[in-house]
Design a protein around this ligand. Structure first.
Ligand code: TTJ
Length: 641
């Protein structure tokens, strides 16, 4: 009976593994040396997971004389007991695609991602594989050929082949020459990856041994200094200008660890890891760290008077000038996207990295002012060079004509001096029309947008780019955009110093503002972090005293109206503005456009609380808290008159 079940499920399993042999590239990237080496990492990562679970302190990786590889650990050993499928759990691990998660328990909370799912793939791509599990004082063994079981089991359980002390798992596999172009593991690459793993796991020791003829070698990787040691290694041939800064923290089950150091060079090297996997395309953890770091440095620079009131903030690139950093996070459920699926995509990872950086990095700088000053000096050097380069550029090249936005609605300003220019994003065509008439044509551009723009947090990339309103904004700003921080977005190309959101002072207006802020925060976060984004605060009321010769007044909220009522008992007429569209151009100019009288709130996210609140509220699906956020942030924000 058990036999029958086993046969039935194994047929399905074999179909799964046949797919791996038909399209190996889909599972390991390629069948070149890179893909070949990847087999080792897939197996080693299982032992690293066991280490993360708290049960494995040593791993032995041996490149054998016969071309095979042996990976052994001193973990608890792969489960060998009867699985619900009627066969040893070990067999399910090695014959089922993506079996990793099946054995997850709470101790495995931070594993996942690409981990632990690869052992069946390695099995399918190996001429032979032997599995030895040490448990209960015994060694249990199983064997496979090209992924197929190569041993008859009695009652589905593994045979005992010897006695053992302690526990652990040992895998030996020989890559299949039918699959791989070359079958010789590249020692340098394997060592470098194992060394990296040792840096990311300071309590782990990895023994590497090459037994192949002519390349015999033995190295042990143990890096108790962890990612600080990693940064030290990366910078070993550079002139350091700061100590190595290290901090860690946790936020909602996500652990964040950061180490960085500044060097004399104009280089930026930031490496992100999630659950010990290198994210070559970066991702949300890097975005969170970078945005928080930019905000921190700008805020200290102002506090210390290094940036004066009139000075523009340092850009993200400025503050990372000379930085070497390693950001390592542990996430219970990582998601990856991008060309090679190596870009971390979880929004909460951004939140966690920003929060921990904000708190812990500030704590560090408060106690190490000299390091902080050295970091700010690097930013000043970068800003100086950036400005002189920009100047040289504008002197050299005739300024490009502004491209017209795709639907031709942008009423641009005449000046090309970005520092003095402003763009108003105006909700609705009628308000847009009034704004166009009322504006200062020299310095104020108007971009009317219609209706509710896409919720970018829910929409896919191509939908975002297909949206006409979003396209015209990206076009108008001139910086491009990027999913993530930096990359294709170039803030130095920004055509307007102020981007002013002009929406009605009601719930719909607040919703539009929120959508716009979400768009900026997600695709152009530097605009916000560098203080370019504002929200116009149109008045709610106009009051006219009945007494002749006394001027009317605009009131911006209900509190102001209450106060006015108390001080003007004689009587007055009250005009309530339902929307911007109700104002004539003259009124719109006085209340919302004229730099001398208008009220703007600068959108500031200058601390972790705000940053995380913003991500949480803006990116969530809840509508009510979003509205609250707009109001809360309006009171937090500074008045810019
Ligand atoms: C899973 O939960 C119960 C106790 O054992 C856990 C486990 O699977 N541990 C484990 C797996 N340790 N080492 C491995 C492992 C080691 C190698 C070299 C290869 C593979 C596929 C797994």
């Amino acid at each position: 009976m058990a036999d029958k079940e086993y046969n039935a499920s194994s047929i399905r399993v074999l179909e799964g593994l046949e797919a791996v042999r038909t399209r190996p590239g889909m599972y390991i990237g390629s069948t070149s040396t890179r893909g070949l080496n990847h087999l080792i990492y897939e197996i080693v990562d299982n032992s690293v997971d066991e280490h993360l679970a708290g049960y494995c302190s040593e791993i032995w990786v041996t490149l054998e004389k016969d071309g095979s590889c042996t990976v052994e650990d001193n973990g608890r050993g792969i489960p060998i007991d009867m699985h619900e499928k009627g066969v040893s759990a070990e067999r399910v691990v090695f014959t089922t695609l993506h079996a990793g998660g099946k054995f997850d328990n709470k101790a495995y909370a931070t594993s996942g991602g690409l981990h632990g799912v690869g052992s069946s793939v390695v099995n399918a791509l190996s001429t032979r594989m032997t599995v030895d599990v040490k448990k209960n004082g015994n060694v249990y063994e199983d064997r496979y050929r090209q992924g197929k079981p190569d041993m008859e089991l009695v009652k589905g359980l593994l045979p005992i082949v010897g006695k053992a002390k302690g526990t652990g798992t040992k895998i030996n596999f020989l890559p299949d020459p039918e699959i791989f172009e070359k079958t010789r593991f590249k020692a340098e690459d394997v060592k470098s990856r194992l060394h990296e793993t040792a840096y990311l796991n300071p309590n782990l020791t990895i023994h590497y041994k090459d037994c192949r003829e002519g390349s015999e070698e033995e190295v042990t990787f143990h890096e108790p200094e962890g990612i600080s040691g990693f940064v030290k290694e990366l910078n070993k041939s550079d002139e350091a200008v700061t100590d190595i800064v290290y901090f860690k923290g946790a936020y909602e089950n996500i652990q964040v660890e950061v180490a960085f150091q500044f060097i004399r060079d104009f280089r930026e090297e930031i490496m992100g890891f999630c659950n010990n996997i290198y994210n070559s395309e970066g991702g949300t953890h890097l975005t969170g760290f970078k945005t928080a770091f930019t905000a921190i440095i700008n805020s200290y620079a102002r506090e210390l008077g290094i940036l004066k009131e009139k000075d523009q903030n340092f850009t993200g690139a400025d503050v990372r000038n000379g930085m070497t950093a390693v950001i390592s996070i542990k996430h219970p459920d990582p998601r990856f996207e991008g060309q090679t699926k190596t870009k971390l995509d979880n929004p909460d990872a951004q939140k966690a990295a920003a929060q921990v950086t904000q708190e812990e990095c500030t704590r560090y700088f408060d106690r190490n002012i000299e390091t902080l000053k050295a970091v700010i000096e690097c930013a000043e050097r970068a800003a100086k060079i950036r400005k002189s380069e920009a100047k040289a550029k504008t002197n050299m090249i005739s300024k490009p004509k502004f491209s017209f936005d795709s639907n031709g609605k942008l009423a641009n300003c005449e000046s090309r001096d970005a520092a003095k220019c402003e763009i108003f994003i105006v909700e609705g065509d009628s308000a847009g029309g009034s704004a166009k008439m009322a504006r200062d044509r020299m310095y104020q551009a108007i971009l009317p947008i219609r209706g509710k723009i896409l919720n970018v947090e829910k929409a896919s990339m191509d939908k975002v780019l297909a949206n006409a309103e979003i396209k015209s904004m990206i076009n108008a700003f001139g910086c491009g955009f990027s999913e993530g921080y930096g990359q294709d977005f170039d803030i130095t190309k920004l055509r307007y110093n102020k981007i002013i959101i002009m929406a009605d002072a009601d719930v719909d207006g607040a919703h539009i503002s929120t959508l716009l802020l979400t768009l900026f925060y997600r695709f152009m976060p530097e605009l916000i972090y560098e203080g370019h984004v504002y929200v116009a605060m149109p008045p709610l009321y106009k009051v006219m005293p009945q007494k002749k010769g006394v001027e009317g007044e605009y009131l911006y909220d209900d509190a102001a109206l209450e106060k006015y009522r108390k001080t003007h008992k004689a009587g007055f007429t009250l005009q309530r503005y339902k929307g911007l569209g109700e104002m004539d151009p003259q009124q719109l100019w006085e209340t919302t456009l004229d730099p001398k009288t208008r009220r703007l709130k600068q959108v500031q996210i200058d601390d972790g609380r705000m940053a995380s609140e913003m991500t949480g509220l803006l990116m969530g699906t809840d509508v009510a808290p979003r509205r609250d956020f707009i109001q809360a942030h309006a009171t937090d924000a500074e008045l810019d008159v």
